[in-house]
Design a protein around this ligand. Structure first.
Ligand code: TRP
Ligand code: ZN
Length: 475
């Protein structure tokens, strides 16, 4: 089941599965930099095995300050992006990723910088070189009609028009449709997203709402994200929403925005959000962010749900299983973020396994039964479940395919079988703690598991379930 089929299934079913390529992240190894440690241009990508142009080398963004105004009638977005970044090498030039839009002006350190554009690369040449280690501010003024982007797997992301506004979804490369940045999960930053919209519309984004001010027929919403966020889970939803603000038993703020046409059908599931949050924190460790919630748009506004930070997006009323999946991603994906797109199974395998655990804890089939069902019938229910191993998807189009989700979850279950329940939950909580607000790849994970349970042999699991081609022998 691909991600576009996922939603259909989640609605239809009450509950709901080679060789590693050597990877050198080119972050500190700019294409134009000379060997003698001289000044050069930052690389046009971070060297992701599946999305080579995503992100950029030579700098690390610390903070994004986005000041945006949207005109729904003309469908025009105008913005100022203020990025605070640190040079990781001496730089005469560096790239930002931005698709479409018109760039009006770029300054670095308050001085006009020259720039040019080539596809998604916006190359900036500051007036003066940036020293290695220097912190600098780059400001980009831009405007235009942001575009939807078609992914390698055929899904639509980026800037999506909805029945009554827009929805910005960024996995894997969509955020470059609405703001310039270092658009790769390896560079996380804090954010302030401020959006002005005509009065009557609401602008919902990540983090906490700092203010909503009405003047001159428009409302300006200021959203603040203090914890590190990868740009692919940044979001912006503009439209008519019924907003409910509450808090969980632990006092965590909850902000839920629901398209009014979906409100009645969403109520039962959304009422369980605090319970799901508590369950997840109990099993996966302390919640890594300072607020939670959800955004529910109409079923056709997007064809898949996304774990946008703090408040996941759902196209139409989610089932509890899908809510569990997207909230689990706050731990697996948003706090512990994959180093590259190849490490996607660390997101999707764990989020899928969270669904299995939830079902087990609710008194439904145990995870063991779900595992066996996938093993026996995976091919009937899931497309190409054995097509490739979760650790090495075949191509960019495969990072959202069933082996990453279902077989990824099967790997997690094999670990649980090997260590037993107590050690398993300790291991999972230790994992989210070890990489909280950081990054991890498959090697980090296998090394971590081995170190936590040195008396067990995981080699057959890695060989057959994580890296092995085809359907493993019956366990
Ligand atoms: N992460 C989303 C989910 O699990 C699905 C998804 C959207 C996705 N875009 C993607 C997965 C791109 C991989 C790549 O609900
Ligand atoms: Zn997912």
């Amino acid at each position: 089941m691909s991600r576009s089929a996922r939603l259909v299934r989640a609605v239809a079913v009450a509950a709901a599965w080679g060789l590693a390529l050597p990877l050198a992240l080119a972050g500190c190894d700019g294409s134009g930099a000379d060997d003698a440690g001289g000044v050069g241009g930052g690389a046009a990508g971070v060297g992701d095995p599946y999305f080579p142009k995503a992100g950029n080398g030579g700098y690390d963004v610390r903070h994004y300050g986005l000041d945006l105004a949207y005109d729904p009638e003309g469908r025009r977005l105008s913005g100022t992006a203020r990025l605070t970044a640190r040079a990781t090498q001496a730089l005469s030039a560096f790239d930002l990723d931005l698709r479409g839009m018109e760039v009006e002006e770029v300054t670095v350190g308050g001085r006009a910088a020259s720039f040019d554009r080539d596809g998604q690369e916006l190359t900036v040449r500051p007036d003066d070189h940036l020293a290695k280690g220097a912190t600098f501010e780059v400001v980009v003024r831009y405007s235009g009609h942001p575009e939807a982007i078609t992914d390698p797997d055929g899904s639509e992301e980026g800037w999506l028009r909805t029945a009554d506004g827009v929805l910005a979804l960024g996995e894997p490369t969509g955020s470059m449709a609405w703001f310039p940045g270092n658009h790769h999960p390896s560079d996380k930053a804090s954010y302030d997203i401020t959006v002005s919209v005509p009065q009557g519309l609401t602008a919902v984004s990540n983090g906490e709402l700092r203010s909503a001010r009405a003047t001159g027929g428009r409302t300006t919403y200021a959203w603040h994200t203090a914890e590190p966020m990868a740009s692919h889970v940044a979001t912006l939803a503009i439209g008519r929403y019924t907003v409910t603000r509450s808090s969980t038993g632990d006092g965590l703020p909850v902000y839920v925005a629901v398209d009014p046409t979906q409100a009645a059908a969403s109520r039962t599931t959304l009422a369980r959000l605090p319970e799901v949050m508590e369950w997840a924190a109990y099993n996966f460790g302390p919640y890594p962010f300072s607020s939670t919630g959800a955004i529910v748009d109409r079923p056709r506004d997007s064809l898949y749900a996304l774990e946008t930070q703090n408040r996941p997006v759902f196209p139409g009323p989610p089932g509890v299983g899908l809510l569990v999946h997207e909230l689990a991603h706050q731990w697996f994906g948003n706090s512990v973020t994959p180093r590259t797109w190849r490490d996607m199974w660390l997101n999707e395998g764990f989020a899928t396994y969270a669904e299995w655990l939830w079902t087990e804890d609710e008194g439904g089939p145990t995870a063991e039964e779900t595992f066996t069902e996938r093993y026996d019938h995976g091919e009937d229910t899931y497309e190409d479940l054995w097509k490739f191993p979760p650790a090495t998807p075949g191509s960019a189009a495969d990072v959202s395919a069933d082996p990453v989700y279902q077989r990824g979850a099967m790997v997690v279950h094999k670990i649980r079988q090997t260590v037993g329940d107590d050690a398993f939950y300790d291991l999972v909580q230790g994992w989210t703690a070890a990489h909280r607000h950081g990054h991890a790849d498959t090697d980090d994970f296998t090394a971590y598991v081995e170190q936590q349970a040195p008396d067990k042999d995981f080699e057959p699991i890695w060989r057959d379930w994580l890296y092995g081609k085809g359907r493993p022998e019956r366990p």
